[in-house]
Design a protein around this ligand. Sequence first.
Ligand code: GLU
Length: 507
Amino acid sequence: MERPIRLRYAPSPTGAQHLGGIRTALYNYLFVKKTGGKLVLRIEDTDQARYVPGAEEYVINSCAWAGITFDEGVHVGGPFAPYRQSERKDIYKKYAMELIEKGHAYYAFDTPEELEAMRNRMMEQGNPSPAYDHITRQYMKNSVSLSRDEVERRLANGEPYVIRIKMPRNEEVKFHDLIRGWVSFNSSQLDDKVLFKSDGMPTYHLANVVDDYLMQITHVVRGEEWLPSAPTHVMTYKMFGWEDVMPSFAHLPLILKPEGNGKLSKRDGDKYGFPLYSLSWPEQQISGLKEKGFLPEAYINFLAFLGWNPGTDQEIFTHDELIAAFSFERIGKSGARFDPEKAKWFNQQHMRLKSGEELAGMLKPYLETKGVEVDADYLTKVCNAMKDRAVFIPDLYELGTYFFGDIESYDEDTIRKKWKPEKQEFFLLLIEKIKSIDNFTEHSIEAIVKDTMKEHNIGMGEIMPLLRIALAGVLQGPPVFAMMDVLGKKNSVDRLQKALEKFNNFQ
Ligand code: GLU
């Protein structure tokens, strides 16, 4: 039976969600949008010890900034509410009990000391990775090894217990992963994971499977680190008799360090001077890509390429183009190398796709922090002139501060090299010509300046660097005539006149 497509993003609120998590959310989102399905945001907060206040809001805000929206979830509600596992606490015990009744789970009363002793004993016997499994369970204190009366007595006494899955011996567990193809495990390699804890909370494994079932999830798309848990989950579906509605799995490739040597870690951001998080969170000492001046469109474009490719040469994709092009078939199995330089390139390309007006709107809050106030039309012109040079939004200002105030210093080296008093006369003539332009545009300025230079047989290299320094103080910047167009006639002429005095002082 074809079921309506339903996916979920299920983060645990254990800290700021870094870009790897948002990539998972993005792939879920792209698939849902492409197929007309629904996306759920479920918060998996069963591990109270690792709960970090604010982490849930952080993930919601990070997704919202990236343009990843949800149809159901903690923040928007929906038919399967509540979507926060701590609020669904009462649901899970029943399912744990069902597995006990079916003989697929059991009570275990072992104390932390007893578990520790078991591990030590096995290590001494030469087992490097001791586990509570089909062998060890025989020797531990649980409802498999103890008599029924003894179990009843312990339960009646209120002794702390956990409920463990009874992983069968030597059974093949096979499932089809949309990225990796058939994956198979032998159940003897799997341990008897805890499903339910004495604090009345389910573990991740039970809550995850039960909720995916109850919320009618059809595809589980998550990071590769969950691949080892998948066989336990598949077995759990079987034990409940839910195989026919078991979701398809897609385990996404790891994100690797720029050098390709191992998994990208949270600390790598500092190392490369590049935030690995969407948003700043000052209390957690986290700096964000948004605050660095990254565009959300560029963010999802570069995140999409961390593991996926369209199979063509196209690299720059809009939000809608990503949805149209996305498929699991084009996600690679091997780790995706994170390259901060490439990420910057994506941002630069997306900056170029924006209109001056849009960029001006985004630059405004940054200017406010600098106490700079400018007219909206003027700002639009500056952004148009600067957008090919800027990598991040603040660069529109930082690389062109001369557009926002007087020139503070001039590139003296170049002036010394290029300025000769004989040039003064020509410079004055140019100023007069520029003053006489009625329709002051990049084009008309260029025409007049070039004609005048030609008439007087003056080469570009002799005068252009000086004009540039007169207008901006530095040699870098947009084309000289575009710069004058932005500055306007009066300001351009004033700057040229003022610079002339400076130039003469350098003799
Ligand atoms: N709560 C898990 C996490 O924090 C979700 C894993 C899954 O999607 O099944 O990533």
